[in-house]
Design a protein around this ligand. Structure first.
Ligand SMILES: Cc1ncc(COP(=O)(O)O)c(C=O)c1O
Length: 325
């Protein structure tokens, strides 16, 4: 029996493009997972996608289980997104001024997640998570952050850290270039280990306890029933902020995200992926009281030339409207 496999098809053009790419980009890619190192084999070069299918530069067709690592909740190139982005593009691609579409997308997020009373749009999940760390530190006037092994919050220095077990263990950077002094401020413990969290939170003044409410980046790990309510209690008792990184789970695990699914309201939330429908959008937000610490109402600086970009907002609005329908 012949098993249809991309490995049996021609891929001369993909191979040629990748050879050129390796001369221009580290590993031939602009984000490491695209190099296929984790799965083996040669990367193919995507040429187009529609629905659940993607075609490579040699014309081979694949069922796409990756879907851009999360944003394409409607599949590739849904007409509703293409039409809206094409329409909005005619009006201008970037303004450096406020636009109504930003308010509409923020309204839509708040309608599904009432705890996202105010948001700030960014262009990547990394920016959103990084900005949350800054805000949580500013609000609490504390410096330590607790994250969980296997949770990914983007590549900002504060999160590229794997602290050893135990309260007093100092964090060591996961990547060269992350200053050790900064890495020491990020502690980690095992996901679902409420006792460890309790111990750390009572010994170390934490600015934030941050987690993926369902871990997508360390395989698929669900929280045990007591875990997320327990984190809420510990955060309340110790003065830390509870942060949900819903870049992956937001608009995917429930209409109102993890807060609805688990019945626990976080202090701050990061969103990304789906809220741009395949265009570069992420956001962080929470109550007005916290978010008004952000510039220009407050002193915590964070900005972005393309934040709230009209095409990206259009992609997000079209996607969320379709999901809501
Ligand atoms: C949970 C989570 N947070 C943050 C990020 C970082 O987002 P971005 O790749 O847009 O910087 C990711 C990316 O996969 C993610 O899955």
């Amino acid at each position: 029996m012949t098993i249809p496999s991309p490995l049996l098809t021609t891929n001369a053009r993909s191979a040629d493009i990748m050879a050129r790419a390796r001369g221009r980009f580290p590993g031939g890619v602009n984000s490491p997972v695209r190099a296929f190192r984790g799965v083996g084999g040669e990367p193919f070069v995507a040429a187009r996608g529609k629905g659940a299918r993607v075609w490579d530069a040699d014309g081979n067709e694949y069922i796409d289980y990756v879907l851009s690592w999360g944003p394409l909740v409607l599949g590739h190139a849904p007409d509703v997104v293409l039409d809206e982005v094409a329409r909005v593009m005619q009006l201008g691609t970037s303004f450096g001024m406020p636009t109504e579409r930003e308010v509409e997308l923020a309204d839509m997020i708040a309608a599904r997640m009432p705890h996202m009373e105010m948001v700030r749009f960014t262009s990547s999940g990394t920016e959103a998570a990084m900005s949350i760390a800054r805000l949580a530190r500013a609000v609490t006037k504390r410096e330590y952050i607790l994250k969980f092994e296997g949770c990914y919050h983007g590549h900002a220095d504060a999160f590229l850290v794997k602290a050893g077990s135990g309260v007093a263990t100092l964090g060591l950077p996961d990547s060269p270039g992350v200053p050790e002094a900064l890495a020491k401020l990020t502690l980690t413990c095992a996901y679902n280990d409420l006792e460890a969290v309790e111990r750390i939170a009572r010994e170390v003044p934490l600015a934030a306890i941050m987690l993926e409410p369902v871990v997508g980046n360390g395989g698929y790990i669900e929280p045990t029933a007591p875990f997320i309510p327990g984190l809420r209690r510990i955060a309340d008792e110790t003065g830390a902020l509870l942060v949900f990184d819903e870049v992956m789970t937001g608009f995917r695990i429930a209409y109102g995200g993890a807060a609805e699914r688990f019945g626990v309201t976080p202090d701050l939330t990061a969103l990304g992926k789906v809220i741009g429908g395949g265009l570069p959008v992420a956001a962080y937000g929470g109550s007005r009281a916290f978010m008004e610490h952000i510039a220009p109402t407050g002193p915590v600086y964070q900005a972005g030339t393309l934040s709230g970009n009209p095409l990206a907002m259009a992609g997000g609005l079209a996607t969320l409207r379709a999901l809501t329908r």
